[in-house]
Design a binder for this molecule. Structure first.
Ligand code: FUC
Length: 769
């Protein structure tokens, strides 16, 4: 066989008059392919925040794999271990005596949650559409248009052009499938459903498939949810026939399918919802609308968020090739648009998995085909959930943080019980994971679970949402949760006998073992950094709200006594209280927890703390570039904060290669984990604009590979929106709009410009003195 470039094949076929190979879609912000997906990581993801699907695009059979974001295993439960409190003092003594392994064992025996694992996120099942005699398809293409959030499958059989459009509408709360052909009477298929859940499938009213079931139990916690998926089939022309559990449409001109899914979940304490009523109502309402009006409303709701940011990093011929080939050939082709596509895909995924009113994006967003997904597809809050939300504020998707904020408000309630039961402390605490039921006790085992900082880290996102919006009403609403997180540490920080600093104990530097046979220790660097942010943000919030003077004083006094960042013998930022870094068993560990201070925090910054920044750089070099998908995503953001555009670019390239990016652009931990996508999106934004350490810095880590380009609509702290344009690797112009009124300092290299803008006012700058 002659090895011909696809573009050449297209040309030959075009000239010969029969175009059998699909052309690229008109919209450049599209993922597209010339064959159906055989594997899940090749299928295309759609979602309205709550209701998700993976669309495979098969010709003989379409598989639409469905998810709903409250269909998790189990039911309301409280896993706090009542034995924990009794062991706490002894554990602390063992740690301060350097008897770490004994402390580890005691934590394992007395302090871990019951059950030891949390509940997994699970799938709804599949809608299967079977097309008889669908052989010999030509000109096949499936694509996902990021600008409209619609996925389309199109192919030709016997001169009939078939198209299938699928989207998940945030307006009408249904997944819409339109099946069309360009000749009348050509749409014939059978619709059926299957699921690994305990459920049955029946046909109702001659045109509706109904799957109803209950969720599974896990680790001894019984399933407490009912769920229902309802598929209404409407054919234009032709005939509709049913049997027990299938609907067959024959010789129709077109067909429209609406899918509604609901569970009985109302809150982490209340599972009294009625999925039967909910899905019926949803279908009845959506069923009154035409396909065109469903589509129009869906696209408008999506574009309201998506179109706020545009990114141009330049385009080459590679951009017209199918997405899987571009990822495969990244090292051969010059393809800057792939990075822009990845950036926008991350924004698309956040809009599709985290709309207001939904659950936050979990380890897989909302996309999961399994009953027992990796790590339960939960909320791992020692990095992964936070990383999911890194791009939200900077890439102008502040509304998408709302589900995370709601979850933190729940945790502030459920974590109160854990704080009292396990530590006899006021305030609230949550450890390294949580789930739909807002479980807050330490899980999995001491090495991973004995980390009381998850809630404190999440509070950074509560503050950031204020800092980017300057919405005081919102701040007043979330402030009690921030304060409660701080109060827990007032009651549980202890004095480290050697230095007399205040430290967490027991704790650990997430998942990284120190040289003494466990990770369990006192006062790891990351904890101290998180607490410095938590206390500082509480103080600022209380000042803005004009309340809680005594609490502010206490926060400030406690903050001053925290263990400081320390530089070790290798010139590195120490990960622990003692200089253990070079003796730790895994010096190339995926987590880079002690670099939290450099990113996402700005406690360590090239300009304000240059020595610590150099030490952080050293730590990063020692850790190395290779890591899991999210590990690479974090490194990308860190190199951008170190203003090393070339190194950041190298790391970004590692993220985009097939080893870390599946053909459908999902991040490969491996397996699929969505945090790497979001870390990548955030990292690209950080290369172009940073809003930290009191300034807005333009093009701080621009790599040589992107000499010309522009980005419009990025957000900065203080309620600013910026458009930045550059040419020959130099800033040409920046437009700053103030959405809240206020001052800011812009920086380009060594040059700064101070601005004071009224609400709604904008200004321009060319970066020159
Ligand atoms: C943390 C990480 C793993 C994985 C899991 C979900 O435990 O260390 O790599 O991402 O979360």
């Amino acid at each position: 066989m002659i090895n011909m470039h696809p573009t050449l094949i297209m040309l030959v076929l075009t000239i010969s008059g029969s175009v059998a190979v699909a052309q690229p879609p008109a919209e450049p912000l599209s993922l597209w392919y010339r064959q159906p997906a055989k594997k899940w990581v090749k299928a295309l993801a759609i979602g309205n925040g709550r209701l998700g699907a993976m669309v495979f695009g098969g010709v003989a059979q379409e598989r639409i794999q469905l998810n709903e974001d409250t269909l998790w295993a189990g039911g309301p439960y409280d896993p706090a271990n009542p034995d924990a409190l009794e062991a706490l003092q002894k554990v602390r003594e063992l740690i301060f005596a350097g008897r770490y392994r004994e402390a580890h064992n005691l934590v394992g025996q007395k302090m871990m949650a019951g059950p030891l694992t949390q509940m997994p996120y699970q799938c709804v099942g599949d809608l299967l559409l079977t097309f008889p005699d669908a052989n010999g398809a030509t000109d096949y293409r499936r694509d996902l248009n990021l600008d409209t959030a619609v996925t389309t499958v199109a192919y030709t059989i016997d001169s009939v052009r078939y198209t299938r459009e699928v989207f998940s509408s945030p307006v009408d709360q249904v997944i819409v499938i339109a099946l069309k052909a360009d000749k009348p009477g050509k749409v014939t298929f059978t619709a059926g459903m299957k699921t690994p859940q305990k459920a049955s499938v029946t046909v109702e009213s001659r045109n509706t498939l109904v799957m109803q079931g209950v969720n599974g139990g896990s680790a001894g916690i019984a399933g407490a949810l009912k769920y229902q998926a309802r598929v209404a089939v409407k054919a234009s022309g032709g005939r509709v026939a049913t049997d027990d559990d299938q609907i067959t449409v024959t010789d129709a001109d077109s067909a429209l399918l609406l899918i509604a899914v609901a569970t009985s979940y109302k809150s982490y304490k209340d599972v009294s919802g009625d999925p039967d009523v909910l899905t019926k109502e949803t279908i009845a309402k959506a069923g009154t609308k035409s396909f065109d009006s469903l589509l129009k409303d869906h696209v408008a709701a999506h574009q309201k968020f998506f179109r706020r940011v545009t990114l141009d990093l330049g385009t080459t011929a590679a951009a017209s090739r199918p997405t899987d080939e571009r990822i495969r050939d990244l090292d051969k082709d010059k393809d800057p648009q792939l990075a822009a596509l990845y950036f926008q895909f991350g924004r698309y995924l956040l809009i599709s998995s985290s709309r207001p009113g939904c659950q936050p994006a979990n380890l897989q967003g909302i996309w999961n085909e399994s009953m027992g997904p990796p790590w339960g597809s939960k909320y791992t809050i020692n990095i992964n959930t936070e990383m999911n939300y890194w791009p939200a504020e900077p890439t102008n998707l502040g509304e998408c943080v709302e589900p995370l904020v709601s979850m933190v408000m729940d945790l502030a309630e459920s974590g109160k019980r854990t704080a009292k039961t396990c530590y006899n402390a006021d305030g609230w605490v949550t450890h390294h994971n949580t789930d739909l039921w807002r479980a807050t006790a330490p899980i999995d085992g001491p090495h991973w679970g004995m980390w009381p900082m998850g809630g404190a880290w999440l509070c950074l996102h509560l503050w950031d949402h204020y800092d980017y919006s300057r919405d005081k009403e919102y701040l007043a609403r979330v402030y009690p949760a921030m304060k409660g997180a701080a109060q827990f540490f007032f009651d549980t920080l202890v004095e480290d006998p050697k230095h007399k600093w205040l430290v967490t104990c027991p704790s650990l530097s997430p998942e990284n073992g120190h040289p003494f046979g466990t990770s369990v220790c006192a006062g790891p660097t990351m904890d101290m950094q998180i607490l410095r942010d938590l206390f500082a943000n509480c103080i600022r919030a209380a000042e803005i709200l004009g309340i809680d003077e005594d609490f502010r004083k206490q926060a400030s006094a406690t903050r001053r006594r925290l263990a400081p960042n320390q530089i070790g013998a290798a010139g590195q930022l120490q990960e622990w209280l003692e200089d253990w870094d070079m003796k730790a068993p895994e010096i190339h560990h995926r987590h880079v927890s002690h670099l939290y201070g450099l990113h996402p925090s700005d406690q360590i910054h090239l300009r304000t703390t240059p020595e610590l920044a150099a030490a952080a750089r050293k730590s990063l070099e020692i850790r190395g570039d290779e890591a899991t998908g999210w590990g690479i995503g974090w490194r990308l953001n860190l190199w951008a904060r170190l203003h090393d555009g070339e190194h950041a670019y190298k790391i970004l390239t590692m993220l985009l290669r097939p080893k870390r990016t599946y053909p459908n652009m999902f991040d490969a931990h491996p397996p699929f984990q969505i945090d790497g996508n979001f870390g990548g999106t955030s990292g690209i934004a950080e290369m172009l604009l940073q809003s930290c350490a009191g300034e807005i810095e333009l093009l701080p880590a621009l790599p040589k590979a992107w000499p010309n380009g522009s980005v419009k609509g990025l957000r900065a702290r203080g309620g600013f929106e910026l458009d930045v344009q550059w040419k020959d690797s130099k800033l040409v112009n920046v437009t700053v709009r103030s959405l809240a009124g206020g001052s800011c300092r812009l920086r380009y290299g060594t040059v700064t410009r101070d601005l004071n803008l009224a609400k709604g006012q904008s200004a321009q700058w060319d970066g020159l003195e």
